[in-house]
Write a protein that binds this ligand. Structure first.
Ligand code: ZN
Ligand code: ZN
Ligand code: ZN
Length: 340
């Protein structure tokens, strides 16, 4: 009687600690009933509490992304057309050579910005390769090392991949999902995204310079009041000078032509875009220099992650040839040395 009860308890314990690995399908004997365990054969990580998920908001997210991409494309087209219409007559009125040079610079910047935008927005950000899983003879030892099971895609997810709910798929080396390009920034299009940011930044700086130059030429003369003649202003207080100057600027702005109003709009919008782009580009280059992505930076926490800070990371990222990159100096952070 006692023996049968002991057998029953042993059988229950054995049943509780026998789990099946999703990666290779082998039955594993676990020392305890852990909710998450790793297979000793294929290396796959199983989370017993995870359940299959279905994303209901995928269609809404795709519609939002398409709207953002349309707005960004339209904005870039407006800046290009507005810039051409307002600046070209002024530049050509100065000299024919400067006009031709300006046309060439505009064409190069426009082509590079629109091409890199297209590549970043419409190229797949990094689809993980299809790998076989589920049965022991097919999956070899360590084939699924640290792989987890994506509950949305229902297939293996590598440690370098993340599932993007806006794209509805796993993305390799995912940095972030950018609504302005309506796409993830991942292994395949990260470089195009950075070149797009650099190209847009250079283009907006050029727009600001050329629009300011054209504005200087077509701005109506400042109208000072009789009491506020420039010579009198020179001897007055700072607040009075600022007040009179702003009144004069506003007075002449009222006489601006349509071309002048568009120039003011172009200057304000390009400077605003420059500020945002500079912050984003600086942040992105810092992550690349650290050998990380935005998501790996978030998951690494306060210790700074496992990546090594090195200028070679930037060189590798932009795909410079080894013969060129080996002549570059290597700067390593002091924090990394201390950790060693
Ligand atoms: Zn396994
Ligand atoms: Zn997935
Ligand atoms: Zn995405």
């Amino acid at each position: 009687m006692i023996d049968s009860a002991v057998d029953h308890v042993e059988a229950t314990i054995r049943e509780e600690i026998e789990k099946i690995c999703w990666g290779c399908g082998l039955r594993l004997l676990l020392p305890s009933n852990a909710p998450i365990f790793k297979c000793g054969w294929c290396g796959a990580v199983t989370n017993q509490h995870a359940q299959k998920r279905k994303d209901k908001s995928l269609r809404w997210r795709r519609w939002r992304d398409r709207c953002f991409v349309s707005v960004v494309s339209l904005f870039m087209l407006c800046i290009l057309c507005g810039g051409v219409w307002t600046v070209h007559p002024v530049v050509f009125s100065i000299s024919y050579i400067s006009g031709i040079f300006h046309c060439l610079v505009t064409a190069v910047l426009a082509v590079s910005t629109f091409t890199t935008f297209g590549l970043a927005a419409f190229r797949c950000a990094g689809r993980p390769p299809n790998i076989q899983w589920g049965s022991y003879p097919v999956v070899g030892k360590g084939d699924l090392e640290d792989y987890t099971f994506c509950l949305y895609c229902c297939k293996p997810k590598s440690p370098r991949s993340h599932h993007c709910r806006s794209c509805g798929m796993c993305i390799e080396d995912m940095d972030h999902h950018c609504p302005f390009i309506g796409n993830c920034v991942g292994a395949t299009n990260h470089r195009h995204f950075i070149i797009f940011l650099i190209s847009t930044l250079i283009s907006t700086v050029y727009v600001t310079i050329m629009c300011s130059y054209a504005g200087w030429h077509i701005w109506p003369p400042l109208r000072f009041t009789s009491l506020a003649h420039p010579y009198i202003l020179a001897s007055g207080s700072t607040s009075r000078v600022v007040r009179e100057l702003s009144h004069a600027l506003l007075g002449s702005a009222m006489l601006l032509s349509t071309r002048g109003i568009i120039l003011v709009y172009l200057i304000v919008s390009s400077v605003s875009v420059q500020i945002g782009l500079t912050i984003l580009l600086w942040q992105q280059l810092c992550y690349i220099y650290e050998g990380q992505t935005y998501l790996s930076h978030l998951s690494s926490g306060a210790d700074g992650g496992s990546g090594e800070r090195d200028c070679q990371n930037l060189v590798r990222f932009f795909g410079c040839p080894y013969s060129f990159s080996r002549h570059l100096p290597i700067f390593r952070s002091s924090r990394k040395k201390h950790r060693k």
